[in-house]
Design a protein around this ligand. Sequence first.
Ligand code: PXP
Length: 235
Amino acid sequence: MAELGVNIDHVATIRQARMGIEPEPLQAALIAEQNGADQITIHLREDRRHIQDRDLKLMRRVIQTKLNLEMAANSEMVIIAKSILPDIVTLVPEKREELTTEGGLNMEMKNLKEKIDELKSAGIIVSVFIEPEPEMIKLADKFGCNAVEIHTGCYANLKNTKEINEEISKIEKAAKLIKSAGMKVVAGHGLNYHNVLPLVKIGLIEEFNIGHSIISRSIFTGLAEAVSSMKQLLG
Ligand code: PXP
């Protein structure tokens, strides 16, 4: 069974809409863990639009599974990661004006290898969020990444069956390449209770990071049910 990372940024987004104290993301993390999540994923953005530094500190102390910190590959974030020590850091591209992470990380960005080395030497597992492109995967391997998270946003946005099938085979080829290089195969972004199934069927993806669809469903079913239903699909 593939592992499920539940992204709870969206809970923090609702809290920040009123700059108040509810809903509490930590409570969401605990409910997710109690209902089958294998890890909690949070993105500390440069503009702190949802997850705050206090959330990261609290999660580190309280959650019992794994903490996956998504962050930009910059010096400020590397310092924070080295002081909090999440289990995993997933390096993502970040633009202030975007609604959510758009596109994968450019593995050719300046000083990326140094940032990866610094995180790894602090004992943190390093994953990179990239497009299913062989050149990017080869660089992830060359830079010593432990895992690659395939950006599934393009797949999730497609409507045409032929294009969807082409994207699935691209993701499958990428997964094979990642696995053959000895890195963990992860996927995420835009996945929901329907479009995750063809990716599960590939049989090579070891972990999925899913947020928006789980939190959206939880409004109607409660978070426990939303997490456990997704977890069942990954089996
Ligand atoms: N993985 C990464 C690297 C992401 O940036 C995000 C969005 O924050 C997700 C997974 C989850 O995406 P979604 O909320 O669309 O499920």
